[in-house]
Design a protein around this ligand. Sequence first.
Ligand code: ACM
Length: 679
Amino acid sequence: MVRWGGVGLGLACLMAGPGMAAETKLDLMPWPASLTVSDGRLIVDAGFKVAVTGHADPRVDRAVARFAERLRRQTGYMLASPRIEDVANAGLEVHCEGPADALPSLRMDETYTLEIAPAEAKLKATTPFGVLRGLETFLQLVAWGEDGFFVPTVVIKDRPRFPWRGLLLDSGRHFMPIEVVERTLDGMAAVKMNVLHWHLTDDQGFRIESKRFPKLHEMGSDGAYYTQDQARAIIAYAADRGIRVVPEFDMPGHTTSWLVGHPELGTGPGPYELQRRWGVFEPVLDPSREEVYQFLDGFLGEMATLFPDPYLHVGGDEVEGKPWERSPEISAFKQAHGLKSNHDFEVYFITRVSKIVTGHGKKMMGWDEVLHPDLPRTTILHSWRGPKALGQAVRMGFEGLLSYGYYLDLIFSAATHYAQDPLDKETAALGEAEKARILGGEACMWSEFVSPETIDSRIWPRAAAVAERLWSPADVRDVDDMYRRLEATSRHLAYIGITHRSSYRPMLERLAGPGPLPEALVDLADIVEPLKEYNRPQTMVYTSLTPLNRLVDAARPESDVARRFSRRVDRYLAGPNATDRDALRADLQGWREIKTQLGSALEAPPLREIQPLAADVSALAEAGLEALAYLDKKQTAEAAWWERRAAILKRPERPVHALEIAVLPPIRRLMEAARGPSK
Ligand code: ACM
């Protein structure tokens, strides 16, 4: 028996080596707080039954019904009647000890114990929320072996490190249909995330029905909005999965869509039109006018009733306030109230909004920019610009959340997000009480460059790495093991209905046109990644109507092929060997042929833009092969070779196809090694 968990040991034991039994390479994500694994197995066959005991709660019954459906999908078994009362015949006993509030809440009890023995498994939790988390763990343990499906014998005692583990879904910039929201919630539940931060309004769209002020959604959404009934259904769907829904109504900036129907809230005479472009725009609410607060009182009151969670996010980010400066009335108001800067003016506004929010029985959340000592200490500061604001906020007595480092739209690697911890060097010096005010974090899926078709591949599987950072003990940090489990999690998410894998080939087929999909196009897509950070919008003019159907949209944020190739290059350079050499050579030979194999397919209009990319990849692979040949013969490449080939390493920073070649850095390492030590 091997024991893990607790402080210090972490995953070191898990990585102990190939001698370990196969069961110990568990695919759990997030990794549990404590885990003991032994050699046995509990068989999960077509007769597998679940018994529910203890406190009766319809949420547990529904969770078990979903569990059975998921088990069917994962195994292909037709589990006839998964739920029985007869514990003696059950493969899994689900025991809920006691009740929980009607809705998930910030400090709900999510702890559970899962004990799996060869004859039966027992899941025990204090509340239905713990049951939900434990059922997901069980499903992640189901594996295929010689005797069919099984779960390994384990004892897991699990609880989250942080109480707030969220995902921001931006339905404002690109509207996301209900089925996208639902499957996103399914994915979140699978990795034990517990807050959907629903960004419902922005310059490009006002996405929630207001019965009090219907011009908001009618004129501000192009007809793409959620009705209040739909929002209630989503809240119930989320609650059933132990997920809170926190709505965001971003103000006073990011409000163009409000002003289309209600220009009187703004600073200018209007009319306003929905923004079609991406960026930070001028239109802004006018904090000097009482009518604006009356309106907000009405609107936020309506939303406070619709959304039951105690927290309400009012944004507050990215306000430049240029229109405020152009208005003599506003300047006079600022002067009369001793408000020296636009930031002072925004704080004045947010402080008043905070009173409105509090008046409706809610606690306010806002982005970095709203931080001010005058706000009630129930306010949650949501840090996006850096961990510094988070430290500042908790020192001032606020609670805080981190999203800096968790922006999925920036197309960084899972490892990058994984390395970001809400408690890092910025917050290391904090006292215990201050640290306790750091509630967790949220991955953010801003939606400028995602559509309902592509959003899953931008959220998943990388958000699972953030989910683990926020759930698992701080010492669970082994990046290689994270990637091993992320791959399994990615497959698992596909069974749940997340489309991040299933959308890939159809998107490539659409690009290639009729006929069999050229495998060279798949090979190419497999080794490229969309430009990172905010580089893509600088390659051409994008609007909210620009189709997101190009190679850059099909390509994954993080190339698994490139990561594996890169690892192999490092291993080969550390100790040249024939196995790695041959594998590297095979990859490079394949990539060298991409341009030739695609041939006239690159003449098709949707693929024309990638002609230079295909040529670059082929040339780069050729250079890599030459480097490998030098290294294999233990020769140093002559200077002329490097001079001839180095140009291929310098790709345009913002090519129109908006892609980067993810295998370039490891090929560069091969070339530099072949070149020998620089003079
Ligand atoms: C933000 O990214 N402006 C919160």
